[in-house]
Design a protein around this ligand. Sequence first.
Ligand code: CA
Length: 228
Amino acid sequence: MPHILLLEDEPAIADTLLYALRSDGFEVTHVRLAREALAAFAQQPPDLAILDVGVPDGNGFDVCRAIRKSSELPIIFLTARNEEIDRVLGLELGADDYVSKPFSPREVCARVRAILRRSAGRPAATANDHHSPLLQLDEAAQRIRCSGQWLALTRYEYRLLATLLKRPQRIFSRAELMDLVWADAPDTADRTVDAHVKLLRAKLREAGASAELIQTHRNMGYSLQLVA
Ligand code: CA
């Protein structure tokens, strides 16, 4: 039975979610404060965390940052504020999904199931483990090595590959990639993402890697598949 950590300080919302998640067969630990969430995480790391952004003693983003220091467990943010900046910040912190209040508990349950299905095949990587025998990320110098040779990447190609590499197997939608990679270019279109993926595949192939490294998921987006 998958174990979920729920951080939510509003009793009505927490009760609705608890009921829906437990009815769906999940084991749920519910806490109201950020420090309780961290304590619960330390005691028994869950399979997935649902974090409210605004809680009385802090916020869900800080809890996420703390968790990400040691774990890549799937995280969903809940927020009352439907602001672009929150969505982008959540993604940058490595959130797997984002739900704005008001939401339907069924929708949250569906997303939880989808994310757990998706993450089932992903290796247990730690947050700072962005290395594979094939690809190595050097964030300080903003460069990436493939099969031992540094790739000649443009700024956006680097950001795109680095984003995918930090979360192998995680499927990023085009909209998410536009938020994360082209944050400074708001007029970016879907086809810009597609074009850069094409260029990256060509460079990876040239460096001796499989072009299948970056996978296209129909109607969903792209992911990096590091598993041999
Ligand atoms: Ca709240």
